[in-house]
Structure formats: structure tokens, C-alpha cells
Design a binder for this molecule. Structure first.
Ligand code: IPE
Ligand code: IPE
Ligand code: MG
Length: 251
């Protein structure tokens, strides 16, 4: 207990960050909204609302410290298996979030992008996303990449199918397909691979997120539920990232 209190008043996380060693791309599995709500005897959707609230400060601080890409896992291809009420609630929340925050994001030079098959989302959600992408497409600051109806296996299959089509049409040869070429068929096409992957809520699994792209990402897990995730937690992860030695299979 003492240790915890002492830690929180004595550490100024942002000052400990090595400016030379900021991850270019941070990906986050924002997990634990439901458990956050349950702990408070609230409906799950209240947890999702609180989760959306947590985003503002995380995006702002990511931008402030010079992260270039922030990929946020918001809805997986497997999340369709949840009760309809929760799925609809999540889709509505996304619309509300974009309507409420897009001006501020745009003012802060943030560019919005998505990965995943957004065509399967409700029309009003698609419309709001497309508006946000269009409005911010010329921005040069942080790219916030929202993973929506995203599944890494679906992404890889989609890439394979598109490649096969090209091979069938003789516009691509089998020898052309190397790792770099393959990457260009993924949703993340022009985005560099994540340097750091964060998952909240104590679960230590990938849940079908960016399987190809995280081959050499540093992984960081925290017990904190997503709605409680604060910039200091992000900074803590980045400080630890700065101390890791990435070898990429070399020495
Ligand atoms: C993450 O929180 C948000 C989404 C998956 C949309 P959860 O809803 O998975 O929360 P837990 O894991 O049940 O606590
Ligand atoms: C992963 O969380 C997906 C998102 C955060 C959007 P889940 O809560 O869906 O993952 P599992 O079911 O615990 O693996
Ligand atoms: Mg979960």
C-alpha cells in the first residue's frame, strides 16, 4: 500500500520518457470496459461510455509526445457475437464520439483512419466515419487508426484473395509476393508495424489483433481496466519500451 502511494506522488512519468526512443506506432487493445462497469454495478454500456471518455486524454498525450500512429482496437470481428443491444450501443457510441470530438481532433492536426471491414457497420456509423476521414485527411499530426470490425485472420485472408485474383489476371507473378508486397494488401498498407502493443484489463492474449504486423512488437500488459487507463499508464509503458532491447533476431 505504502509503496503504491509513494509511487504515485513521487513519479513524474512524462519526465522519464526518453525523447529519442518514442515508439513511432503504438497499438492498444482497449479491454475491460465491461468489468469496469460490473465493479460499479453499472450496465456494460456504461463501461463503454467511460472507455470512450478515456480516449480523449490518451489521444492528446500520444500526440504531445510525438507518437505518429495510434491504432485502437474498438470492435473485433468476434464482437458481433455479443448481445445485439451491446453491439448497437457500441455503434451508437462511436457515432456520438465522432460527432462530439471531431472538431477538436481536427484542430489538433489528428488524422482519422480505420482498419477492418467497415462496410458491414450500420449506415450511420459508416457515414460518420467517412466524414471524419475526409475532414482530417490532410492533417499531418498523429494518425488515429481505429480498428472496427477488424480481425487479423480476416485481414490476411482478404489479402490472400486479392493477391490470387491478381495472379489469376496475370498482373502479379508468384515471385513478386514477398513480405513487403504482401503487407501492401493488408488494411495497414502504408502504416509501419506497431513498435509497442498495449493490452489493458489483465488479459494476456492477442484476440485476433494485427497478427502479421506485431511479429516484432514489444508487448506491454496492465491490470488496469481501459476506462481507468490514464496518460501516466501510457507513459509508463513507453518508459519501459525505451528500456527494452529490440534485437529483431540479431545479436
Ligand atoms: C473492451 O471491453 C471493449 C470492446 C471489446 C468493445 P470489454 O467489453 O471486452 O470488457 P470486458 O472484457 O468484458 O471487461
Ligand atoms: C478484444 O477484446 C477486442 C477489443 C478490445 C475491441 P475482447 O474482450 O473482445 O477479447 P476476448 O474475448 O477477451 O479475447
Ligand atoms: Mg473484453
Amino acid at each position: 500500500m505504502f509503496k503504491k502511494i509513494k509511487k504515485s506522488i513521487s513519479r513524474d512519468y512524462i519526465k522519464e520518457i526518453d525523447e529519442e526512443n518514442i515508439p513511432r506506432h503504438v497499438a492498444i487493445i482497449m479491454d475491460g470496459n465491461g468489468r469496469w462497469a460490473r465493479k460499479r454495478n453499472l450496465p456494460r454500456i456504461a463501461g463503454h461510455k467511460a472507455g470512450v471518455e478515456a480516449l480523449r486524454d490518451i489521444i492528446k498525450s500520444s500526440s504531445n509526445i510525438g507518437i505518429q500512429y495510434l491504432t485502437l482496437y474498438a470492435f473485433s470481428t468476434e464482437n458481433w457475437n455479443r448481445p445485439e443491444e451491446e453491439v448497437n450501443g457500441l455503434m451508437d457510441l462511436l457515432v456520438l464520439y465522432l460527432r462530439k470530438e471531431i472538431k477538436e481532433l481536427h484542430k489538433n492536426n489528428v488524422r482519422i483512419n480505420t482498419i477492418g471491414d467497415i462496410n458491414r457497420l450500420p449506415m450511420k456509423t459508416i457515414n460518420e466515419i467517412e466524414k471524419a476521414i475526409l475532414m482530417t485527411k490532410g492533417n499531418t499530426g498523429l494518425t488515429v487508426n481505429i480498428a472496427l470490425n477488424y480481425g487479423a485472420k480476416a485481414e490476411i485472408l482478404n489479402a490472400v484473395k486479392n493477391i490470387c485474383k491478381k495472379v489469376g489476371e496475370n498482373t502479379l507473378t508468384i515471385d513478386d509476393i514477398d513480405e513487403k508486397a504482401f503487407s501492401q494488401y493488408l488494411y495497414t498498407d502504408t502504416i509501419p508495424d506497431p513498435d509497442l502493443l498495449i493490452r489493458t484489463s489483465g488479459e494476456q492474449r492477442i484476440s485476433n489483433f494485427l497478427l502479421w504486423q506485431i511479429a516484432y512488437s514489444e508487448l506491454w500488459f496492465t491490470e488496469v481496466y481501459w476506462p481507468d487507463f490514464k496518460p501516466d499508464h501510457l507513459f509508463e509503458a513507453i518508459i519501459e519500451f525505451g528500456q527494452r532491447q529490440r534485437r529483431f533476431g540479431g545479436l
